[in-house]
Design a protein around this ligand. Structure first.
Ligand SMILES: *Cc1c(COP(=O)(O)O)cnc(C)c1O
Length: 422
């Protein structure tokens, strides 16, 4: 459930009209709903009937400081994949003991920063990374708390570009080498082995792949304990999918996901760590955009928007479906016509929706692209020298610009002219 609903014929975010935001901030602009973020976090955390559960929001899904602060206050920790994300989580007052550091390519400098910050654990993805971390921790004469990310070789049955738990993917330590990697970890003086970590992919719409992966984790924890390792935590990653398509995919409810997890891993006596991203933020945001032109093509009608693939990359990268709503509520009996919703960028991939039925639209109409709260603004770029898209956060009947639109001085000022061209 989200808080983007029509009220008096106008689409609102909670009690704020999207027409008002468009008039005051201009378009394109992201708009997030506090009530939806909080609700999703509460529903997710409430799904775990298990005392020692730490829910670390995957910062890469939406890293705006105001969003992180909202979730941190609701009780979330953070799953970060870079020093930059760690700095964001800390700046949003998320306590370091609630932060886990994932990612397949952490640098020694990033490890050093995270050790200084005192994070909860490193999710380590290779033997060589273990040795590097051991060196960094050794230079400070401390021990780094480590879970090893194991690749369980499970097909997540999701889009290939967001599938991470198959043996052919770059992520994690191969299942067959897990015991050996733990032996190495235990032998390194500045590594403190604390747990096991998996993350098999994103936008999963079935429980079965999760269950298979988590059963493998249980098996591994038992073998590791039998071999003398002290395993106190299991981190099961993120990846639970959300409904993007009306009447389309029906992902499992958080309650079913949580119950399955407690059933499968509940009696290991471990702290349970989860890293949801999309589930919390995806349907808590929309991208608000205006139709610049309606263009009649050969057999097709294009709605050319002022938002483009550089503002929301998911359709271009993952062939992702996003719902599209006119901000002015269509009359129930208005006819439907098919539009291709496209942006102004010079790429055929700059296409948000193809042959999408919509009520008759006009130039100047406002459009909300739904489910844009995760992997939206964070993936935006300045391609075609377009200004980075702004973000707003609504709470009740107020809203705030939580990232202003970039300006051309800042954007062009990023470049430097070499002396020989001056
Ligand atoms: C991307 C990612 C997540 C979050 O995935 P969602 O599908 O957004 O829940 C969690 N953990 C790791 C390690 C990730 O890379």
């Amino acid at each position: 459930m989200d808080h983007f609903q029509y009220k008096n014929g106008i689409l609102h975010a909670e009690n704020v009209s999207l027409e008002r935001i468009a008039a005051e901030v201009a378009t394109p602009v992201y708009c997030y709903s506090t009530a939806t973020l909080e609700r999703h976090f509460k529903v997710f955390s409430g799904a775990f009937d298990y005392a020692d559960t730490l829910i670390c929001f995957a910062v890469k899904a939406n890293s705006n400081l105001a969003v992180l602060k909202t979730l941190g206050r609701a009780g979330a920790g953070a799953d970060v994949v870079s020093e930059g994300e760690l700095r964001r989580a800390l700046a949003a007052d998320i306590p370091p003991e609630r932060i886990v550091f994932s990612g397949v390519g952490k640098t020694a400098a990033e490890m050093d920063f995270a050790m200084e910050a005192g994070i909860h654990q490193f999710n380590v993805e290779s033997e060589t990374e273990l040795r590097t971390l051991n060196g960094v921790a050794g230079s400070k004469a401390v021990k780094a708390p480590v879970s090893l990310r194991i690749n369980p070789d499970i097909d997540a049955k999701t889009h290939e570009k967001i599938s991470t738990g198959k043996a052919e993917n770059k992520f994690g330590i191969p299942w067959s080498r897990a015991m050996e990697a733990y032996r190495l970890a235990a032998s390194l003086p500045h590594i403190d082995v604390v747990g096991v970590d998996v993350h098999i992919g994103s936008q999963l719409t079935e429980l079965a792949p999760f269950r298979s992966a988590f059963e493998r984790v249980v098996e591994l924890v038992k073998s590791l304990r039998a071999a003398g390792h002290s395993i106190q935590r299991i981190d099961l990653g993120g990846g639970l999918g959300i409904p993007y398509t009306e009447g389309g995919e029906v992902p499992p409810l958080p309650a079913a996901y949580g119950a399955m997890i407690v059933e499968v891993v509940g009696n290991l006596g471990c702290q349970l760590i989860l890293e949801p991203g999309r589930l919390i933020a995806g349907n808590a945001g929309i991208l608000l955009t205006r139709i610049l032109y309606i263009k009649e093509g050969e057999n097709r009608r294009f709605a050319i928007l002022d938002a483009a693939m550089n503002d929301l990359m998911r359709p271009a990268v993952y062939d992702a479906y996003h719902g599209i709503l006119p901000v002015a509520e269509p009359k129930p009996d208005s006819p439907r016509e098919e539009y291709d919703f496209v942006g102004p960028v010079c790429e055929t991939a700059d296409l948000f929706a193809k042959s999408r039925p919509a009520p008759p639209l006009q130039e100047g109409d406002l459009i909300a692209i739904k489910s844009a709260g995760a992997y939206g603004a964070v993936m935006s770029s300045t391609y075609n020298t377009r200004l980075l898209v702004p973000e707003t956060l609504v709470k009740g009947d107020q809203y705030s610009v939580i990232r202003p639109r970039q300006n051309y001085d800042i954007l062009l000022g990023l470049d430097k002219i070499p002396s020989w061209l001056e």
